[in-house]
Design a binder for this molecule. Structure first.
Ligand code: AMP
Ligand code: ZN
Length: 114
């Protein structure tokens, strides 16, 4: 999608702090971090939401989750624990229409979130 922010990051047309790049997924730091570690993991291919990705390519969804865990290990937060969040739709506050998994950690996570 030519007007999609995260497609632009995936294509290296929009700058981002890349953490790790896999063949079908990539990870970069959130521009407005909500925790000491806050990384976003996306499929390179455009899917608008978790619902779309799950319906179209469950294997790719599994790669996103596996990559999120790899990021947690690499960032040193896997031992103490971390949170993966996929905001989906308006009530969840999804603001970018390219599915992304937030990897959050480095401090105790409150539950429930606001
Ligand atoms: P969501 O509300 O789940 O759609 O999350 C979108 C996330 O994208 C927010 O946490 C933003 O801070 C983050 N974000 C927006 N623009 C950028 C960008 N250019 N680079 C990195 N993260 C971004
Ligand atoms: Zn996109």
């Amino acid at each position: 999608m030519s007007d999609c922010l995260f497609c632009g990051i995936a294509a290296a047309q929009i700058p981002a702090t890349i953490v790790a790049a896999n063949p079908r997924t990539m990870a970069f730091r959130d521009i407005n971090p909500q925790a000491p570690v806050h990384v976003l993991v996306i499929p390179r291919e455009h899917y608008a939401s978790l619902a779309d990705l799950a319906a179209a390519d469950a294997g790719l969804l599994a790669e996103v989750v596996a990559h999120a865990h790899e990021v947690a290990v690499a960032e040193g937060i896997a031992g103490d624990g971390y949170r993966i969040v996929v905001n989906t739709g308006a009530n969840a506050g999804q603001t970018v229409g390219h599915v992304h998994a937030h990897v959050l950690g480095g401090r105790p996570m409150l539950w429930p979130p606001g």
